[in-house]
Design a protein around this ligand. Structure first.
Ligand code: 13P
Ligand code: SF4
Length: 361
């Protein structure tokens, strides 16, 4: 009894709390955000890149943020990784690396900067952190989520493994670190078929996007078992919408993201990741194209394909649109919000992401 109370009374060691990025790097004062003649001159070459989508009257609102962010990136030794769905002023004027989810993950392994600011949603920032555990990864809005990432939990993956013993689990990169930690490998829409076939087995669990999984199943002999997740942006498109489009304009080229439902993909001339969609337009140079995906995609690549007319429809991703120039500036000034992943989860999740990034495909 005496021994037990001695053990209980022993002083506890202080809980180790790593310093936050704000404590390590300090908080900087807000710069002047007036649209001065100097700022107009210094940002004129950047406006050239976006003048087809941003009216001249709006540029004075963006330009001071663009200048301040580009200056601060140097002060902070930071890079901005921006997904193809980011708004044109982010994508064209402050991003250092742009691309689809796969390109961003791959490029995240190559950066020498100390700080990564993710122009994209939370799972993308987590992926950058998994690949760069010693760097500071910031997301300008912690609420930038994803309906696919929210559709499945680590417990769901464990239950699926029990139901399908021995079947490898490939999870879309659009998942939380906890879900990636339960997987064997990650995939993106840019490499999905190659990842599935690299496993060399007759059946693979592809989680959580039912539509991406259905598209993969049309491209391979491997049997695909899936989940009921969907992207809230792409699941809203319908085959009927595409058929009506073609009736109105029989020469239009339709390219769709594989997160769209199967009847949309069947109606499309091509399906591929956002990078593959951009590549398709660049190489095929269609006269008129509809990109069945998020709205910023067409805005961002239109300048590179001046011979193509980009038509609607498109849908906005409310999560991607949470990232704005003012929030990116705030992130660089305050060093928030910082991505922190439980080290045990991170160690397991990193294996799944690295297996994908290291595949020779
Ligand atoms: P990709 O850029 O990999 O095609 O992904 C699309 C998407 O929905 C990302 O959130
Ligand atoms: Fe998620 Fe869809 Fe938005 Fe991409 S577009 S972040 S998959 S909700």
């Amino acid at each position: 009894m005496a021994l037990q109370s001695a053990v209980l009374e022993r002083p506890r060691p202080p809980v180790f709390r790593p310093l936050t990025a704000a404590e390590r790097f300090g908080v900087l004062p807000m710069p002047d955000l007036d649209f001065t003649p100097d700022i107009a001159r210094e940002t004129a070459h950047l406006y050239e890149r976006v003048k087809h989508v941003i009216p001249a009257v709006e540029w004075p609102v963006h330009a001071p943020y663009v200048k301040a962010i580009n200056d601060l990136k140097k002060v902070r030794n930071a890079v901005i990784l921006a997904h193809n769905y980011q708004t044109p002023e982010i994508y064209n004027c402050v991003a250092d690396v742009v691309g689809d989810s796969f390109a961003l993950a791959r490029e995240a392994t190559k950066t020498h900067a100390e700080i990564i600011v993710q122009g994209g949603v939370h799972f993308m920032a987590e992926t950058s952190k998994l690949l760069n555990p010693d760097k500071t990864v910031l997301i300008p809005d912690m609420k930038a989520g994803c309906s696919l990432a929210e559709s499945i939990t680590a417990a769901d993956v464990r239950a699926l493994r029990q139901k399908h013993p021995g079947v490898p689990v490939a999870v879309y990169v659009n998942t939380s670190a906890e879900v990636k930690a339960e997987a064997d490998i990650c995939l993106t829409s840019g490499n999905a078929v190659e990842v599935v076939e690299s496993l060399g087995v007759p059946e693979v669990l592809v989680l959580p996007d039912q539509y991406l999984a259905a598209w993969i199943a049309t491209q391979t002999k491997v049997k695909i078992i899936t989940w009921n997740g969907a992207c809230e942006v792409h699941e809203r498109f319908t085959g009927e919408e595409i058929r009506r489009l073609r009736e109105d304009d029989p020469d239009v080229t339709v390219i769709a993201h594989p997160e769209c439902p199967p009847d949309v993909i069947r109606e499309a001339d091509f399906a591929g990741s956002t990078a593959k969609m951009a590549e398709y337009v660049k190489t095929h140079k269609p006269k008129r194209v509809v990109m069945i995906t998020e709205c910023s995609m067409a805005d961002n690549i239109a300048a590179l394909s001046p011979e193509t007319e980009f038509m609607r429809p498109c849908n906005l991703c409310p999560h991607m649109k949470r990232i704005t120039l003012p929030k990116i500036l705030d992130s660089l000034l305050t060093m928030r919000e910082e991505i922190i992943i439980d080290p045990v989860v991170a160690a397991r999740a990193r294996i799944s992401v690295e297996r994908m990034v290291n595949l020779k495909i």
